[in-house]
Design a protein around this ligand. Structure first.
Ligand SMILES: Cc1cc2nc3c(=O)[nH]c(=O)nc-3n(C[C@H](O)[C@H](O)[C@H](O)COP(=O)(O)OP(=O)(O)OC[C@H]3O[C@@H](n4cnc5c(N)ncnc54)[C@H](O)[C@@H]3O)c2cc1C
Length: 221
């Protein structure tokens, strides 16, 4: 268990907060992994005493730890408590665990704050000069909600594909047609992160596409 001081706090979008904390001595993690966070402040009422998992978005070589946190202002949960915290206040970090781990080039599909585990992975790949061969399909509500748009474009170039679901005129959800259009090879790694229903639907669509292609191959052979 580590108690770490908040050293910076800034909004990346209207409901996404980037929080940086001090890094404990010799602290190491795997890009894509998460840790349970709670707030070390007895004056907060009970919901804030809960802990929730958040992904590291910094790298091991950075002198700080970084997290990006979506603020669910309509809920009385932990996320909105972060908005009330000041620089110098303390967080408690415990129980690191693996949610995502890079195992080779592939297609990354993220919905909203589901981009969080992929940020550390992409930053590390860029640093290692190994980002080539990876593609990101990133779904956000509107153009104002795209998290770290500029950096993602710089990291992935033309392999960074954004889609918006609540923007006037140009709405497009990730559906089977979208996947078939954007992904040429379905026999590669797929990394998917977003709300439960988003991740479930996309996995289902990918498995259906693969099955359809197998049947087609069998038919023409
Ligand atoms: C492995 C993993 C990694 C994660 N990484 C990140 C990350 O990097 N960044 C990030 O922002 N999040 C991340 N999350 C999500 C994060 O852990 C929290 O679930 C999220 O911040 C919401 O927590 P909360 O306490 O604010 O709200 P919740 O605990 O989800 O909700 C608080 C209360 O609101 C009510 N509620 C729940 N759902 C709704 C709803 N849809 N509408 C209205 N009320 C509702 C419930 O009664 C609940 O008691 C991750 C989750 C996992 C599993």
């Amino acid at each position: 268990m580590h108690k770490v001081k908040i050293i910076s706090k800034k909004y990346l979008t209207r409901d996404i907060l980037e929080i940086r904390t001090e890094k404990p001595y010799n602290f190491k993690f795997i890009p894509g992994h998460s840790i349970m966070i709670s707030i070390n402040n007895p004056s907060f009422t009970s919901p804030s005493l809960i802990k929730r998992p958040y992904n590291f978005t910094s790298l091991n070589d950075d002198s700080y730890l970084e997290f990006i946190i979506k603020l669910y202002r309509e809920r009385n949960g932990l996320s909105t408590q972060f908005e009330k915290l000041n620089i110098g206040e303390m967080l408690i970090l415990e129980e690191m665990f693996g949610s995502h781990r890079y195992v080779g080039p592939g297609i990354f599909i993220a919905g909203g704050v589901g981009i969080a585990p992929f940020i550390a992975i992409f930053r590390q790949l860029k640093k290692d000069n190994a980002i080539e061969g990876n593609t990101l399909l990133f779904s956000s509500k509107t153009s104002k909600d795209i998290i770290l748009e500029k950096e993602l474009k710089e990291l992935l170039g033309e392999n960074c594909i954004f889609t918006l679901t609540k923007e006037n005129n140009s709405n497009r959800r990730i559906d089977k047609l979208f996947l078939i259009e954007k992904v040429s090879n379905f026999n590669q790694h797929f990394y998917i992160c977003g709300p439960d229903s988003f991740a479930r639907d996309i996995k289902q669509m990918i498995s259906e596409i693969k099955k359809e292609r197998e049947q087609f191959d069998w038919f023409i052979n």
